[in-house]
Design a protein around this ligand. Structure first.
Ligand SMILES: [Zn+2]
Ligand SMILES: [Zn+2]
Length: 347
């Protein structure tokens, strides 16, 4: 069994300290299974009030790898499961009910939102499938993260305990810490860090190539064909879904038991994802940032598709010997030119 990290808890709340120790002692896939209250045989402590929060970032492929997007999705606390019934009728139905309440946040970082990646499979940040994108500045993103990760606990003096879920999460935590001057694991709320790559290994899901499975390949294992990954809002929802399904793969009533295979659930999983997209578009957007921001002229009353600002011209590109650069000179301001020299990266 692999562990992403040692017990991460650095707070002072005795209950969180106890829960962090408990989660450190059990097999990682059991953490979500216990939180989702699907366990009927194992002893489980009172997990009331623990938040399950998936977090991911996207950053520009070139130096200095500026963070361009954040994706955050919280799995609401489950209703108790009475332990009766069969996996596909009781547990799966319950999981569907929980996922239908997920309100994912896709926040694009205003000073970096004009930076688009071009690598094969790079996502289009204009296309968030599970809700409405918001644009935030650095401080708004920092405050938004703090408001989610440092909520008052419902029991005891400390913060609400958080189980943080991600894909290659330590890379993302490092980028977020640097970009927003926020040391997530030192805030005193995170009691457990779960990584979908490690969960996949724990339950025997093999990557088709390499040692760590990609989010696309893991999604495919469960029969999903995700649309437009590598943009943080879509990634974070698939991280949450894959983390839960990977944890359930080893469930005694789960995929793989009673001659059931993942394939038996493919249709239902895809229906779930489709419904999440429909419902996500109906939920009101999160109350951080603005719905409109133009990555061309920096105004926040329109998107770049409807930008009529006439004065935009990059002095670097307009004077470039390269004709393609000269042609693109009116697409951005000089201060945001991707052909300008960038500061040395610190890592
Ligand atoms: Zn504009
Ligand atoms: Zn330029």
């Amino acid at each position: 069994m692999s562990k992403v990290s040692a017990n991460p808890y650095k707070g002072i709340d005795p209950r969180s300290y106890f829960l962090a120790h408990h989660m450190d002692m059990i097999h990682d896939p059991l953490v979500l299974r216990q939180l989702l209250d699907t366990e009927v045989h194992n002893w489980v402590p009172d997990l009331k009030g623990v938040a399950i929060i998936a977090l991911t970032a996207a950053w520009w492929e070139k130096e200095p790898h500026s963070v361009t997007e954040l994706g955050i999705a919280e799995l609401p606390l489950p209703v108790p499961y009475d332990g009766t019934g069969d996996f596909d009728h009781a547990v799966f139905e319950k999981i569907e009910g929980i996922f239908m309440q997920v309100k994912a946040i896709h926040a694009r970082i205003k000073p970096n939102a004009h930076l688009f990646n071009k690598f094969p499979g790079s996502g289009n940040p204009d296309k968030f499938n599970f809700g409405r994108t918001v644009f935030v500045n650095i401080e708004e993103a920092r405050q938004g993260l703090l408001s989610i990760l440092c909520r008052p606990g419902i029991q005891g003096p400390g913060f609400q305990p958080v189980v943080l879920v991600g894909h290659a999460i330590h890379n993302h935590i490092a980028r977020i810490n640097e970009a927003f001057k926020l040391d997530i694991l030192s805030l005193g709320s995170v009691i457990k860090v779960l990584d979908t790559q490690s969960l996949a290994k724990d339950v025997g899901i093999k990557p088709p190539k390499g040692t760590n499975i990609s989010l696309m390949d893991l999604s495919r294992h469960f029969g999903m064909i995700p649309d437009n990954l590598h943009t943080a809002g879509n990634d974070v929802v698939h991280i949450l879904i894959n983390a839960v399904f990977a944890s359930l793969q080893s469930h005694p009533f789960g995929f793989g038991s009673n001659n059931r295979t993942v394939g038996d659930f493919t249709e239902r999983i895809n229906m779930l994802v489709n419904r999440m997209m429909q419902v996500g578009k109906v939920y009101p957007p999160q109350n951080w940032g603005t719905l409109l921001f133009c990555t061309r002229c920096d105004r926040d009353n329109h998107l770049k598709e409807s930008c009529h600002a006439a004065y935009i011209c990059c002095t670097i590109c307009v004077n470039s010997p390269n004709m393609r650069n000269r042609k693109g000179a009116r697409s951005h301001q000089t201060a945001k030119c991707i052909f300008a020299p960038v500061p040395e990266s610190k890592d």
